[in-house]
Write a protein that binds this ligand. Structure first.
Ligand code: THU
Length: 130
């Protein structure tokens, strides 16, 4: 899948976001090593704390379907700013794909690309527990 196709999948998920509180939609498209793509959106909650970010929705969908090897994730917002994933999502990505490529997309379709080590240096992960 091309970068543009993955970005479009993330942008398409903006409309699925359940965001009655923040009104801030986020969409994600997670590409597995075999090319399978899992999408996600943010899902908010009246108690606020249980809110799930778009990136984690995509990761949890994938893992629950037996996929654990991830290559890239595209993350779209509807803001002007090209925003990065929150710290919790960085940590969750690190569990399964410490070198994953991250593509960020703003509302104008402008992108920035990072690797997870750039966004989560000196991380804590599974190897630390061995
Ligand atoms: N959000 C995400 O979906 N991903 C992030 O990485 C940052 C924040 C969501 C959570 C909440 O629904 C809204 O954006 C505002 O914080």
């Amino acid at each position: 899948m091309t970068k543009e196709e993955l970005c479009r999948k993330a942008q398409e998920m903006l409309k699925m976001a359940y965001i009655p509180y923040s009104r801030y939609p986020v969409g994600a498209a997670l590409e597995c090593e075999d090319g399978t793509v899992f999408t996600g959106c943010n899902i908010e909650n009246a108690a606020y704390g249980p809110t799930n970010c778009a990136e984690r929705t995509a990761v949890f969908k994938a893992v629950s379907e037996g996929y654990r090897k991830f290559k890239r994730i595209a993350i779209a917002t509807s803001g002007e700013k090209i925003s990065g994933p929150c710290g919790v999502c960085r940590q969750v990505l690190n569990e399964f794909a410490p070198n994953i490529e991250i593509i960020l997309i703003n509302k104008n379709g402008e992108t920035k690309e990072f690797t997870l080590p750039e966004l989560l240096p000196h991380s804590f992960g599974p190897a630390d527990l061995t």
